[in-house]
Ligand binder design. Structure first.
Ligand code: BEZ
Ligand code: FE
Length: 283
């Protein structure tokens, strides 16, 4: 492209020139993404007339968000969650024809691989927690209605004080409030958890500063996390929400789906219980 005289520089010519640098991208999907990203990012800055100070503040914010992140502290993931991007990815993926598969929702930043194996009905409460116990049982089936035996159902949650064990490993063992169950012959499973509570997302990093700056409350609606896997099926990341949460309509990460809300009731043995059947789509 010929160098333009200074007076001809405009947003449009600049955008066209930046876009032209991607014409030879060999991977067509990468080309599509880079071109759309360039188009939207530059248009955004142009539209809001981003100042130099604002641009530098934005770069500093992203740098600090990255610096705050490590293996146990997924601050970039949290930022994506708070911006509504993570929930949008779930919406995009569920637009694939997944039949009657259970709705997916956020993984969140507190998932830790390899939760301890637990036998049917075993409790995930390893350290003291005075919360009410909650039994969750259900069946894992495929969208064709067949029971799925030997699916793994990983569950993790926080306790009464709203903290996930990995947020305070000085106080809690890493096995606390997490477990991996396996479905039986009929797809059935049963686990013993605690009744979840509404809790704040981590507010001591740059994403927390962002929430305060825009006067947004940083509270999640009470939930348990599930990751369900079975051979020949798409893995499902989802959550079970408690009807008694006061944040079902204002969840800070936009994760609540009506189909995932449950109303625990007292069982015959006096224990609070609820049912959560899981339907997996074929892979
Ligand atoms: C969570 O559910 O654990 C979570 C999800 C998104 C952001 C923060 C926490
Ligand atoms: Fe959570």
């Amino acid at each position: 492209m010929a160098i333009q005289p200074e007076s001809d520089y405009s947003f449009e010519s600049h955008l066209a020139e930046v876009l032209s640098r991607y014409v030879d991208t060999p991977n067509p999907r990468l080309k599509e993404i880079m071109e759309a990203l360039t188009q939207h990012l530059l248009t955004f800055a142009h539209e809001v007339k981003l100042t130099r100070d604002e641009w530098l503040a934005g770069l500093d914010f992203l740098t600090k968000t990255g610096q705050k992140s490590d293996e146990l502290r997924l601050e970039m993931m949290l930022l994506s969650d708070l911006l509504g991007l993570s929930a949008l990815i779930d919406i995009i993926e569920s637009a694939d024809d997944l039949g009657d598969a259970t709705d997916a929702t956020l993984l969140g930043p507190f998932y830790v691989e390899d939760a301890p194996e637990r036998s049917p009905g075993e409790s995930i409460v390893v350290a003291e927690d005075n919360s009410e116990r909650l039994r969750v049982r259900g069946r894992v089936t495929s969208t064709s209605g067949e029971p799925i035996e030997d699916a793994t159902i990983e569950v993790w949650q926080n306790g009464q004080d709203g903290l996930y064990p990995i947020q305070d490993l000085d106080r809690f063992p890493i096995e606390h409030l997490r477990g991996t169950y396996r479905s039986g012959q009929d797809g059935e499973y049963e686990m013993l958890c605690v009744r979840p509570v509404d809790y704040p997302v981590p507010m001591d990093g740059p994403p927390g500063d962002m929430l305060r700056a825009v006067d947004r409350e940083g509270m999640r609606a009470a939930h348990l996390h599930f990751l369900v896997k079975a051979q020949g099926h798409r893995p499902l990341v989802t959550e079970v929400f408690d009807t008694q949460s006061s944040r079902l309509n204002t969840d800070v990460v936009f994760g609540v789906r009506p189909s995932l809300i449950r109303t625990p009731e007292l069982g015959a043995d006096g224990l609070l219980e609820t049912t959560f059947d899981v339907v997996l789509a074929p892979s």
